[in-house]
Structures are given as C-alpha cells and as structure tokens.
Write a protein that binds this ligand. Structure first.
Ligand code: FCB
Length: 430
C-alpha cells in the first residue's frame, strides 16, 4: 500500500473569495470582522487567493512529489445558509480542484468541517443546537454525491475538541462564545454530526471515511497524586472525550468536571461509533498539567514545558511526543484503532531558509517510523501546511507553510524545507 504523503490546508485559511459564486457568510467571516478578535484585525477575505490560484498550488504539490492533499470544503459555499439546495457554483469549484489533483496523481482527502460553520446556523445556536448534527449529514450527502467518485478519503470533522474549547468554551475563536463547561453539548453534537455524516457518506459510496482528532500526550508536572489526577482530567477532556465515543462507543467518566452528559439520547453512541477506515491524528505538542489552585475553574492548571526548542508560535518541539501518542493510542484502543493517518503536523517558522522546519519534520518523520516499528499502523502524513495562511486568531502572523506567501502580491516562494521534502520523497530526483 502506498504511504500517503501530503500537505493539509483548510478552506477559510487559504481560499479568500468569500463573497464569490454564491458563498454565504461563515462564523469566521463574522468573527474576524469584529474589532479586536484577531491579531491586527486580519481576516480571511483574500487569504492566499487559492480560490483563483489553485492550479498553481496543485502544480507546486506535484513538483514536490506529493501523492495526496488534504483540503477542506467550505460548507457555506455548498449551502450558503447551511440548509436547503446545493449552490452548484460552490460544488463546481471543488469539482475543478479534485479533477486538477487527480490529473496530477494526487489523491484528494476532503474534510467536510474545518470550523467555518454557515453563520445562519450559528444564529440558530450553532453546534449547541442538536439540529446542526442532522444538517451536517445533509450537507455531507450533497458533497459526496458530486465528488464521491474521485475523493479517496473523507474526513468528517477537524479537531472537534479545539473547535469546542476555543470557539465555544473560551471564545478565542469563532463563534466567540465563552460558555466554559456549558459548551459540552458542542462535543456531543459534533460527534453525532460525525456519526450521521458517516452514514450519509457510506450511502453515497464514499471510498474511505475518517475523523480527524487533535490529541496530545498529557504530562503530569510531578508524581504527586494531585498532578496525576489533574493529568487524568485533562486527558479525559482533550483526548478521551473525542476518541472513546468514536472508537469504543462510550463516553469517559466526566465526574471530575461535575457534569452530567444529559444531552445524550438513545442510539447516539451507536451512530457515533460506526466503523471507520482510518483515524486522522493531528499532533503539535504535549500538554503539561498541575493540580488546580484555589482560583481554578477546571480540575487542572496548564504548566509550561521547558527544555525543548520552541516554534515561533511558542509551541515546544517534542518529536518523541508523536511516538508516545501513537503508541498510547494503540495500547488504549487496540484493535478498535483503525489505521492512523497523521492529518496535521508542522511548525510556525517564517524564514525562507528554514533549517528549523527541516529539522522539525525530519525528527517527526523518524518518530513515526519508530512508532511503526513498535507496532502502530500509520499510513499517511500530511504536513501543515502547504502555504502560509490565515492562522485563525493570529491572522497572518504565524507562518506554517512549506511555501512562503507574500500577502501583498500573492507570490509563492518555496522554502528550503519544500526543496528538502522533494528530495526526501524522491531521493533519486525522479
Ligand atoms: C490546527 C488547525 C489548523 C491550523 C494548525 C496550526 O489546530 O486544525 O487549522 O491552524 O492548528
């Protein structure tokens, strides 16, 4: 089986063309245009102008020797208000992109939801509203009908944990709600949306269906019982809350958080745990935690990780964390864990001559090889990201691309890491 080597992107972060061909507004359009929500007021209005420049971008992928590409579909291009008939021009765009990829031998991996909910659905409560789960499945059915003959992998959701925590619990991302633990239904409704979308995708003849979860190794700051319990609580919230229902059909014990998951109905977990063809894993860095203090609102506090290099985003570089995570997923879920695809990993580093990124990627590739030798079935690796892009609340200030983008001219300049990757993928230069 050919190992998939790709890059990953997301619609709102690269496409621009926010008012073109009938696209409706998403929560990120609204949020980024609200003063003070993103650094320097940056928005995705133009982003990388990928909506128009995608042929050049596909060309760059092909020239690097990549054989897969993970992108996301903007729900508000397909259904401008989140429900109702398909906007054909929106589908046409992804149809052209998918054809362009296939023509270059690049396998399309399409994510259905990478955080850009149609604003009209947010106006009805967003993912706090259970109806959105079914609406999501309706949208999935529309898309698979048009693209299902060529898309090799379907990824239902991107990082439901980050969307819940940053978007609904803390308000640092769209839709900007700060509900703290009251945001918990957002976990369940996204997961239910995943389960119902799996059914719709299967009915539409989808080749492979996955979910992408962001997972982190959780390190207690010490051996103390308090720190261990805190690590356990954080692991439950960040990892198990999203992995257990999908892979085991159960929710972890949430008593440390003092909440009862009253929003779960009969049959939900059965839908959520429908078998998958792969598990998408996004890994960036471990999380270190200590026990709560007198002012803590959660049963843990986050602590700094020292002694490792840091990316320009300030995230510690811990390649062995990826091996640790893969091995722990395998030991926790055993045969319930389908083949794993690293659907995101990468670093923020701006220089064109980015030896830092080369070292970062090289070390993370090796960590995957080690995990494979320890028995974990990993079948693909998507680097975040192809291009510098709109990094959510950070705007254009964090540059994750293998390719530098000049946002004034839209000029693409491959970084040293891009050239290194090309040699890594085709050592003989073929
Ligand atoms: C992930 C997101 C992705 C990107 C990277 C840096 O959490 O899925 O869109 O922002 O982080």
């Amino acid at each position: 089986m050919t190992f998939l080597w790709g890059t990953a992107t997301a619609a709102y972060q690269i496409e621009g063309a926010v008012a073109e061909d009938g696209r409706g507004p998403s929560i990120w359009d609204t949020f980024s245009h609200e003063p003070g929500k993103t650094r320097d007021g940056h928005t995705g209005d133009i982003a990388c102008d990928h909506y128009h420049r995608w042929p050049e971008d596909v060309e760059l992928m092909a020239a690097a020797g990549l054989n897969a590409y993970r992108f996301s579909i903007a729900w508000p291009r397909i259904q401008p208000t989140g429900t109702g008939p398909a906007n054909v021009k929106g589908l046409d765009f992804y149809d052209r992109l998918v054809d362009g990829l296939c023509a270059k031998g690049i396998a399309p991996a399409a994510t259905l939801f990478h955080w850009d909910l149609p604003q009209a659905l947010e106006d009805g409560g967003g993912w706090m509203n259970r109806d959105v789960s079914e609406q999501f499945a309706d949208y999935a059915a529309i898309v698979v009908e048009r693209l299902g003959d060529r898309v090799q992998q379907w990824i239902t959701l991107n990082e439901p944990v980050i969307h819940m925590i940053f978007g609904y619990a803390l308000g640092m991302h769209a839709p900007g709600r700060a509900l703290m633990l009251d945001a918990l239904p957002v976990a369940h409704h996204q997961l239910l949306g995943h389960g119902l979308a799996v059914q719709a995708l299967r009915a539409g003849g989808a080749a492979q269906v996955l979910i992408t979860n962001n997972c982190t190794p959780v390190w207690p700051a010490s051996d103390s019982a308090e720190d261990q319990a805190a690590a356990d609580a954080y692991d439950t919230l960040h990892n198990r809350l999203f992995n257990d229902p999908v892979l085991l059909g159960t929710y972890p014990d949430l008593t440390a958080f003092g909440v009862e998951p009253h929003f779960i109905r009969d049959g939900d977990l059965k839908a959520i745990s429908a078998p998958l063809d792969g598990f998408g894993l996004n890994y960036y860095t471990p999380t270190r935690v200590t026990g709560p203090n007198a002012d803590s609102v959660m049963p843990f506090e986050l602590a700094d990780i020292t002694g490792y290099p840091k990316t320009e985003f300030g995230w510690p570089v811990v390649p062995d964390g990826l091996r640790e995570l893969l091995v722990s997923l395998k030991s926790r879920y055993g045969t319930a864990l389908p083949p794993v695809y690293i659907t995101e990993n990468g670093c923020s580093y701006a220089a064109i001559d980015d030896q830092f990124r080369i070292d970062y990627l090289d070390a993370h590739f090796k960590a995957v090889e080690t995990a494979q030798s320890e028995g974990v079935d990993v079948r693909g690796y998507f680097i975040w990201s192809l291009l510098d892009n709109f990094e959510w609340a950070e705007g254009y200030h964090q540059r994750f691309g293998l390719i530098h983008v000049d946002f004034d001219t839209q000029t693409r300049t491959p970084r040293s890491s891009y050239h290194w990757l090309r040699t890594h993928l085709s050592p003989a230069g073929g």
